[in-house]
Design a binder for this molecule. Sequence first.
Ligand SMILES: [Mn+2]
Length: 311
Amino acid sequence: MTENIYVVGHKSPDTDSVTSAIAYANLKAQLGVKEAVAAAAGNVNNETKFILDHFGLAAPMVLTDAAGKKVILVDHNEVGQAVDNVMQGDIVEVVDHHKIGDIQTGKPIFFHNEPVGATGTIIASLYEQNGVAIPKAMAGIMMSAILSDTVLFKSPTCTEKDKAAVSKLSQICGEDPMKFGMEMLKAKSDIKSKSALDILMGDFKKFDFSGTKAGVGQIEVMDLADLTPKRAAILDEMKKKADAEKLDMIVLMLTDVMKEASDLLFVGNAASAAGFEKAFGGKLANNSIYKEKCLSRKKQVIPPLESAFKK
Ligand SMILES: [Mn+2]
């Protein structure tokens, strides 16, 4: 029996992580690497479920521990965001669009990282580079990933390459990108069924800012007012999580995709609060700082935090 190679994205999997794993496993299989298996580092969220259902695909198997396993990491390259024991596994490849993190390997590997809006854009170009036709469902989920990660092209992370990829993929899958994108956003914004903990952990990543241990999450909604009734409960969960995981601070971006603004909720110790205020040039009021024109954790929240805590 040949050993499986698990293609897997980050914990608290978002659409780009899940669909990149499925599409890259499909490309690998078409290239003759039959042992590639799509996996997700957790259960899929409402938006991803909507997309997979729409294109007739099942959610991938859940992989939580990489010890002793061959893995291809997609959409992340930081140990803190990867499945447990990733360094005790065998990382054979990385395909990502984030800053270079702390993943290390004992031998040279294929490491493909590009500063584009979504891993889906890179994987679509890998189909092309390999001369492999993109199946309709794969085109649909990669298009969805790009629209999701770039918030329908509004995020500052969006590049011309992402737009060109969506244009090509939409022709293959037969969906109008903006119309389908709005349906996706509606599925994502449906927070009625979500607990405060679901809202905090739905898209949560850990970072180390020069020794300050942080968690930074994001929830995107079409109207921030929908979150107001849950605000106090969310702050409670943030405090509990910071204590349980011994984090110095937790930031949760409550992002209004229509207004293109984020309310940055904060809990943490005094030193972290000072760093947070420095990073965003404001004073914490009622546990938050409101930022206009702020959609991207990767480009607008992580870099200022990194510089504010730099020693
Ligand atoms: Mn991504």
